[in-house]
Ligand binder design. Structure first.
Ligand code: GDP
Ligand code: MG
Ligand code: ZN
Length: 202
């Protein structure tokens, strides 16, 4: 049975863009299921996003359209796949890995909403380097907002200003002020672990 295209939600796309940009991430907007065709409105919207300076790609996991090109764009980078359930995120992961490691689900025909087959975030490593982070849904993505994270862990954010490298990951770097605080017992190891666990979804 062919799957239906969930309606494109512009406000949702904009929330994703806001979240991504506030974290300093580059944005690629992917319109998947090209084999099913797009409405005039969706094509118009895609043009607007292009004019705003975002990279826009059309893909089809079914026909393979745009998959290699997308994989090329993501090669060597860390990518979070954000999008409503059922749009084909897991299918795209599988197509780019040339394997079958992400679980995909059917889109419910009556509601156009995908069943939630992905229940926890998964990380997949691209053959040419880089990783794909498949998150189960919006709530998970919201947690990746950097401002929110730095607010919730303001002690770590504060400490990290003292790190030698400004892109310090607080895991192995010399001159890391966060690791030093753990050594000195002023920061809880568990707290840093939790911070890093959330931060990986950025
Ligand atoms: N026709 C068509 N169906 C697709 C495409 N990509 C994914 N699907 C189907 O859409 C459904 C949901 O895909 P899934 O990858 O689980 O979506 P996710 O919830 O975003 O991870 C599955 O039935 C897929 O087989 C595509 O490019 N074209
Ligand atoms: Mg999925
Ligand atoms: Zn550090």
């Amino acid at each position: 049975m062919p799957s239906r295209i969930p309606p494109t939600k512009k406000s949702l796309i904009e929330r994703y863009i806001t979240s991504a940009r506030s974290s300093g991430l580059d944005v690629i907007i992917v319109f998947n299921k090209a084999d099913l065709g797009f409405s005039e409105r969706t094509l118009e919207d895609s043009k607007v996003y292009g004019e705003l300076g975002y990279t826009v790609k059309f893909t089809s996991v079914l026909t393979g359209k745009g998959i290699d090109e997308l994989a090329g764009l993501l090669s060597g980078k860390s990518t979070v796949l954000a999008g409503s359930s059922g749009v084909g995120k897991s299918s795209l992961v599988n197509a780019m890995l040339n394997g079958d490691s992400a679980k995909t689900g059917e889109v419910s025909q009556s509601t156009h909403k995908g069943k939630h087959t992905t229940t926890s975030s998964s990380v997949y490593y691209l053959p040419g380097g880089g990783k794909l982070i498949d998150v189960p849904g919006m709530r998970e993505f919201a947690v990746s907002d950097t401002e929110g994270l730095d607010e919730a862990f303001n002690d770590i954010a504060e400490l990290s200003r003292g790190c030698r490298f400004n892109d310090c990951t607080h895991t192995v770097e010399p001159g890391c002020a966060v690791l030093k605080a753990i050594e000195e017992g002023t920061l809880e190891k568990r707290r840093l672990r939790n911070y890093l666990r959330i931060k990986q979804y950025e």
